[in-house]
Design a protein around this ligand. Structure first.
Ligand SMILES: Nc1nc2c(c(=O)[nH]1)N(C=O)[C@@H](CNc1ccc(C(=O)N[C@@H](CCC(=O)O)C(=O)O)cc1)CN2
Ligand SMILES: Nc1nc2c(ncn2[C@@H]2O[C@H](COP(=O)(O)OP(=O)(O)OP(=O)(O)O)[C@@H](O)[C@H]2O)c(=O)[nH]1
Ligand SMILES: [Mg+2]
Length: 445
């Protein structure tokens, strides 16, 4: 416990029933005795009067002491649970500062928990994700990760990787010998298994990340096909201006909506067409820009003028697209979802709402909601990036094996993959990475 002592108000700003000041570090016992006037028993809540330097009353509250290492941070921890008013909490905070604590940085309590081995990095991140979840679904997945579901998957992956490396390195100890056929076969099958495992984890992690950040859906298509009407219908608002005039929408209109707990960041765009109007042209440029970053483009057409919707050629290649035929009320056809050569096509009416349920189910399916067996978990972009880089190493290892470039190169790639996967749980870290992760936490966490 060589760390300095940190303090922060752990409850949100404003007025509440109860407010908590949390202290962690080596001075905690002294601070507790000075404020409460007597030593505290670990892990027993005591009703106490909190007093300032002059012995004057600050508050009557509950004092809770956790003795290192059995605490959230692994250090001595004190909680002063007082009445939830900003002035009272500030007085308590200042008393702790007077007694030698310093203000905690955002996320510093959790950072210490990580550094003291109480939580691995993926679980520490899940703490923040749980706090910040915007839907029940997101909270449920963050809860899974907080309980270690994701971390255990990564640990198992690393265990398999280590075993495979040992197998290869045993061969390296006899440099004169080539890898024998039996070893080569078990390495090859072990490697295939590792790649499959990584892919499976990536699928789940991707779903988690999508639910954390929201599915980015862009509504695009020719002018006047009903893009803004669809945005309004999906969001249950009249946020977008709708008129019979082609070229109504110019600015991007971004809304955050939920479909059965799935967060969706939806963008309405200007109808894509050739135009001399400089304002509309800028709108079309911005619309095109959105297509590149979308998780899904809803390409709207109204099936009236042209069966082959114009402008569709402007879609970037490998852009994930679902075609939506709108205004089926005018054509007198039923809502439907069809799988075609070019992907899914949904027929609906933004005006009447017919077929909207098909679209909502489709959006959930794209995000993978409810399609994965068992333990889906929360993940971040950082985790997916690491999984991706690790998978690349495994692919290279497989190539090296096939091309018989020698066991050293295969082992080297496996070691690299192991390091990269270790970044997820924090077995391998840099100060820079930790700084970035914990700085995004709230103060007092
Ligand atoms: N009042 C209060 N509520 C809180 C927290 C807190 O710090 N204070 N938490 C903070 O985020 C969360 C709870 N998380 C916690 C996790 C571990 C320990 C802890 O003392 N762990 C010890 C002892 C374990 C045991 O007794 O089984 C340890 O791990 O050694 C405390 C809180 C949510 N609610
Ligand atoms: N009958 C019918 N009319 C619709 C439907 N959806 C939209 N409309 C009408 O089509 C016209 C254009 O709708 P908008 O939602 O403004 O179309 P948009 O694609 O956003 O058009 P721009 O912003 O100009 O690109 C309006 O008059 C809407 O009322 C539909 O499902 N059925
Ligand atoms: Mg519009």
């Amino acid at each position: 416990m060589t760390q300095d002592t940190i303090v922060a108000i752990a409850t949100p700003p404003g007025i509440g029933g109860v407010g908590i000041v949390r202290v962690s570090g080596s001075r905690v016992r002294k601070i507790a005795e000075a404020i409460v006037g007597r030593p505290l028993h670990p892990r027993i809540a005591s009703v106490a009067t909190f007093r300032d330097a002059a012995g004057d009353f600050i508050d009557e509250g509950l004092a809770l002491f956790f003795q290192a290492p059995k605490s959230f941070t692994g250090e001595d921890v004190l909680e002063l649970q007082g009445h939830g008013g900003p002035v009272v909490l500030d007085l308590m905070l200042h008393r702790c500062l007077e007694l030698g604590a310093r203000m905690a940085r955002p996320g510093e309590f959790t950072e210490r928990a990580f550094l003291n081995g109480k939580l691995d990095l993926a679980r520490a991140e899940a703490v923040a994700d749980l706090i910040e979840s915007s839907s029940v679904l997101a909270a449920r997945l963050a809860g899974q990760s907080l309980q270690g579901v994701f971390s255990r998957r990564i640990e198992t992956l690393i265990e398999h990787l280590t075993r495979l490396r040992m197998l290869i390195e045993a061969t390296l100890d006899f440099p004169d010998e080539e890898i024998d056929v039996a070893t080569e076969q078990s390495v090859a099958s072990g490697l295939r298994q590792l790649i499959d495992m990584t892919r499976a984890i990536m699928t789940e992690a991707h779903q988690g990340q999508m639910i954390r950040e929201g599915l980015a859906v862009v509504i695009a298509g020719a002018p006047n096909v009903g893009k803004s009407s669809l945005l309004n219908r999906l969001s249950g608002t009249d946020a977008a201006i709708v008129t019979p005039i082609a070229g109504t929408t110019r600015d991007l209109l971004k809304l955050d909506i939920h479909v059965d707990g799935l967060p969706i960041r939806i963008v309405d765009t200007a109808g894509i067409r050739q135009t001399d109007d400089p304002v509309e042209r800028e709108g079309v440029r911005r619309a095109r820009e959105q297509l590149v970053t979308a998780d899904l483009v809803l390409w709207i057409h109204d099936g009236i003028e042209d069966a082959e919707p114009m402008g569709e050629a402007s879609l970037p290649s490998n852009c994930p697209v679902t075609r939506v035929r709108n205004k089926i009320d005018l054509a007198g056809i039923e809502p439907q979802l069809a799988e075609t050569k070019t992907g899914t096509e949904i027929s609906l009416s933004a005006e009447t709402g017919a077929g909207l349920d098909l679209l909502r189910d489709h959006l959930k399916a794209v995000a993978g909601v409810g399609t994965l067996p068992g333990g889906a978990f929360m993940a971040r972009r950082r985790h997916l990036d690491a999984l991706n880089r690790g998978l690349q190493c495994l692919d290279v290892a497989q190539e090296n094996l096939t091309n018989q470039t020698g066991p050293e190169l295969v082992a080297e790639e496996l070691l690299q993959a192991q390091r990269v996967f270790g970044e997820i749980t924090g077995q391998v870290t840099s100060d820079d990475l930790l700084g970035r992760i914990f700085a995004s936490f709230c103060i007092g966490k």
